[in-house]
Design a protein around this ligand. Structure first.
Ligand code: RB5
Length: 146
């Protein structure tokens, strides 16, 4: 299952990406929001990140207006590696090199068709391990310093 969520700024793109994934036969759990009423993006990041961390979801997709705020919030959760992606190459690298478990998009930045390509690329890519795992281990070592 893929967990998705957004604030009001990412709501519209979330709806399009949800439909795109469902049409491909991918199971999606939508943690909201369900309207364009103003909300605070850290509150929207939480349920998606928790679903990824507790194993309910394989990966998460988060949206806000730019993708910036919600990626900042997601990366505060211990064990989340959230990548803000506005292009296909970054989406591929986010999985191959960074083993991102959450991808973030900007609903006011990235067009619908590009968003579909970014998400598809992220799902098709595979983590390469090796030296990249060493680097990820160092990221999570920083979390333990706090
Ligand atoms: C909401 O207006 C906007 O600030 C939010 O969606 C996001 O872009 C923050 O990074």
């Amino acid at each position: 299952m893929i967990a998705i969520g957004s604030d009001h700024g990412g709501y519209e793109l979330k709806e399009h990406v949800k439909k795109h994934l469902e049409e491909k036969g991918i199971e999606v759990k939508d943690f909201g929001v369900f309207s364009e009423e103003s909300v605070d993006y850290p509150d929207c990041a939480r349920p998606v990140c928790e679903a990824v961390l507790n194993g309910e979801a394989e990966r998460g997709i988060l949206f806000c207006g730019t993708g910036i705020g919600i990626s900042m919030a997601a990366n505060k959760f211990n064990g989340i590696r959230a990548a803000l992606c506005g292009d296909v190459f970054s989406a591929k690298m986010a999985k191959e090199h960074n083993n991102a478990n959450v991808i973030c998009l900007g609903g006011r930045v990235t067009g619908r068709e590009l968003a579909f390509m970014i998400v598809d690329t992220f799902f098709d890519a595979e983590f390469q391990g090796g030296r990249h795992q060493t680097r990820i281990d160092k990221i999570h070592a920083i979390e333990k310093e706090a």
